[in-house]
Write a protein that binds this ligand. Sequence first.
Ligand code: 5AD
Ligand code: SF4
Length: 480
Amino acid sequence: MKKQPGWALPSLKDAQIRTKHESVIEKSLFEIPVEARTLGAGRTYYLRTYGCQSNQRDSETIAGILEALQFQAVDSPETADLILMNTCAIRKNAEDKVLGELGSLKRLRKQNPDILFGLCGCMAQEEEIVDTLLKKYPHVDLIFGTHNIHRLPILLYQAMMNKEKTIEVFSKEGEVIENLPVRRFGNHKAWVNIMYGCDKFCTYCIVPYTRGKERSRSVEDILEEVRILKEQGYREVTLLGQNVNAYGKDLHIENGFASLLEEVAKIGIDRVRFMTSHPWDFSEEMIDVIARYDNIMPFIHLPVQSGDSDILKLMGRRYTIEEYKQLVDNIRSKVKNAAFSTDIIVGFPNESEEQFQHTLDIVDYVKYDNAFTFIYSPREGTPAARMEDNIPLDVKQERLQRLNAKTNYYAHLNNEAYLGNVYDVLVDGPSKKNKAVFAGYTEANKLVNFKTSTAKPGDIIKIKIVKVKTWSLDGEEIID
Ligand code: 5AD
Ligand code: SF4
């Protein structure tokens, strides 16, 4: 399909350039034009979210906007007038899943000729993907990028009322927009964005191109949001950013994240979490703040990516494995009962067996409570995608299995230490698998299943651990 006037298509070249321009905090950029105010009246939407917590949080904004337009949420695509996929671009298999799903949902147009298909999120930021959508998925009516969410009312209006295919993807990040609506998906746990984008440019990663440069929200806006959440009865907040440690650098705030974390903790919400932290700028001040406040959870997601310093260098990670170990030791010496989770990539271009062994060694060293492990997936436009790779896929798959066997071993071993002890558990609600059983999380983010006749979602209760599994614990409520 030929480019239409009015479309803004993604450009990898633009996304690769970083401007010196400092982001402005915009308090009134979002608006609903009068003609769009009842766009969703009598209509339903189905929003499907893939990928990371930033996407989850974006979906809460998208849902907030749709509901401000009077759309009503439904939980199956079959009954929806608007189907929106908020997508992830981090690995090819995540993208294939979305494209497969989009293909199979096309049939719904036969039942409902007015149905509208939309795609947003990180995949929308990719030139290659938008090309594919135009060529092979002509039923997609609306495509908008991660920097265009605030424009949703206008874009939807064009797509629905003018019946025009609508594409608006800005490759340059915009400002920090503060007045967006939100429909939170949780009643006692909330995500709070503290910054957007990433300037680390790890060589394998597409995120700096899909989410733009680092832009921090102001301290006051973040604290105000947390205060309101506390007043509304929320018990836990997770401060979100691709690399929260870089918080405030663009605003020239010294020790930005450490001081923000401390201010958030002082508000007195029961549980404060944060993610993700890059080991390179995990400061001593941050460790001290985590150690000082009981309501900052001693659970640290610290992606290592590889256990080999040469691979880390090729990945552009800015630390050696010795420095990483030192950081873990340092955190452990100050933060009591610190638990760690991590992300690991196997099969980075030309990773040797010996280099992979070093990854197994770091797992033995840290004994992670949880690890998210991936096979390297080349991403168009990233430096690593241009590296020649002589490691066959079956070797990578076999390495992933060996790695998973080890990370599972430590997950189980760490859980065994919980047996017979009592922990504070924040109650989520009935478990997904069995409605008679409730699920909740300990401070170290362990999933606990238990029976209860009294506890309600949002309560923090004492649970004694009676059985240990690899990915969860079974417990009994202690009633005093
Ligand atoms: N291939 C495989 N895994 C990747 N990740 C990021 N980019 C890639 C890629 N190209 C992983 C990293 C990151 C996590 C969110 O996804 O481990 O920490
Ligand atoms: Fe990607 Fe590295 Fe930024 Fe994480 S820190 S989002 S892995 S570039």
